[in-house]
Design a protein around this ligand. Structure first.
Ligand code: GLU
Length: 416
């Protein structure tokens, strides 16, 4: 197995959980594969008048617990295997937070940084024309992910409603609030992760208000984690942050709000006044209390796991740690909050968004926060309870909680 093929990794993680749970052969084999997947070839009329061809995917991994749910990534390195892995992780994610949804994921292999607004809109609409008839609040519900935005969700919903001929806001989540988005969806991924850090600190008896932290990846999740960490935990020092163009550090602390403004103005954290440069690799190895990997998959591997010094690793990214690295971190006593638990806040508020769309009545921000807190805290505690029995690294423990729920739903339906 390659350490870097995300789907091979997702299957290996499942295999380990299946063995520990004593899953029967048929259920195990069934859960190793997507139930359904779609591949599209999308022609896009460019502003220049030429036509470019793009590859798109949607994987509906498992819908035993409810309609499939998961984001859409627009990334130059997107492949069917990354989408399959991410769809599998969505299945475990909706299960571990116990929301009545399955797992799915989609993507287009493209570089949105090179597309104009008009090209992005036409690509979004083309994607929906290709897959729209397989989507819907009772079928499969996309959302934002790497390089996709509320604006893209709005174009997609509009195209879908044009196709079906009636209002159907629950077919996609992460929409702008003025057209059926939920309060609190924007920062939900980071917020859910910080709630998990808060619960971990209670469990480890750590004085979290004095903790130092570093963030690798300064996209949607990373930027919100920068400010929410100290807001929710009552303090903390952000010592370093990085993105695909570079990183910055200051051991006396970076001003989080000013750093977010700098990122929004310049497109990168690099050259933030009053900081020293640091590489993405060195940032991961800093001696901090909490490390937030919030970039892409494959950041912590067998090559650098031994050098990680954080006490808590809160995975806001999907798939940042490989199975080899998991074992090393576990032996070093590092407390991992695995991705599909730590970043489940996003899909949890997406679920709230679907619920609000369906009964056409909208909640206050306070209601969203308190419901999210309850879901994340319950999920953290379910994993903690299992860890007392299972004595394994935390990802495996979280897998055991999530997989056993999905397996039970498959059995109840009479599939296996
Ligand atoms: N893309 C996010 C994730 O990986 C959110 C998915 C959703 O809201 O459906 O969890």
């Amino acid at each position: 197995m390659s350490e870097y093929n995300p789907f091979a990794i997702a299957q290996a993680q499942l295999d380990e959980a299946a063995e520990r749970l004593g899953l029967d052969q048929a259920t195990h084999e069934f859960l190793r594969w997507p139930m359904r997947e779609y591949h599209f070839t999308l022609p896009l009329r460019m502003d220049s008048g030429t036509t470019k061809i793009f590859k798109g995917y949607r994987v509906q991994y498992n819908n035993a617990r409810g309609p499939t749910k998961g984001g859409l990534r627009w990334h130059p390195d997107e492949t069917i295997d990354t989408v399959r892995a991410l769809a599998a992780w969505m299945t475990w994610k909706t299960s571990v937070v116990d929301i009545p949804l399955g797992g799915g994921k989609g993507g287009i292999t493209c570089n949105p940084k090179e597309l104009s607004e008009g090209e992005k809109e036409r690509l979004a609409r083309a994607y929906i024309r290709a897959v729209g008839r397989e989507l819907g609040v009772h079928r499969d519900v996309p959302a934002p992910d790497v390089y996709t935005t509320p604006q893209i969700m709005a174009w997609m919903m509009d195209e879908y409603e044009t196709m079906v001929g009636h209002s159907h806001p629950g077919m996609i989540t992460g929409k702008p609030i003025c057209i059926g988005g939920s309060q609190g969806r924007g920062d939900a991924t980071a917020r859910g992760g910080v709630y998990c850090v808060r619960e971990t600190a209670k469990h480890l008896d750590m004085d979290i208000a004095k903790a130092t932290y570093a963030i690798q990846g300064f996209g949607n999740a990373g930027q919100f984690a920068a400010t929410l960490h100290s807001e929710i935990l009552g303090g903390g020092t952000l010592v370093a942050a990085s993105d695909s163009r570079g990183g910055v550090m200051n051991k006396n602390g970076l001003d989080q709000a000013a750093l977010v403004r700098h990122k929004l103005e310049t497109g990168s954290v690099a050259n933030f006044p009053g900081s020293k440069p640091i590489s993405n690799e060195d940032l991961l190895e800093l001696e901090v209390d909490v490390l937030y990997p919030a970039a892409l998959e494959g950041s912590i591997t067998s090559k650098n796991a031994d050098n990680i010094k954080a006490k808590i690793v809160c995975e806001l990214a999907n798939g940042p740690t490989t199975p080899e690295a998991d074992k090393v971190l576990f032996e070093k006593g590092i407390y991992i909050l695995p991705d599909f638990l730590a970043n489940a806040g996003g899909v949890t508020v997406s679920y709230f968004e679907q619920v609000q769309n369906t009964y056409n009545y909208y909640w206050s921000l306070e209601d969203v926060h308190s419901q999210l807190d309850r879901k994340m805290t319950d999920a953290f505690n379910a994993v903690l309870e299992m860890s007392k029995k299972a004595k394994a690294h935390n990802r495996l423990v979280a897998y055991m909680v999530a997989v056993s729920r999905v397996a039970e739903a498959c059995k109840m339906r009479g599939w296996v």
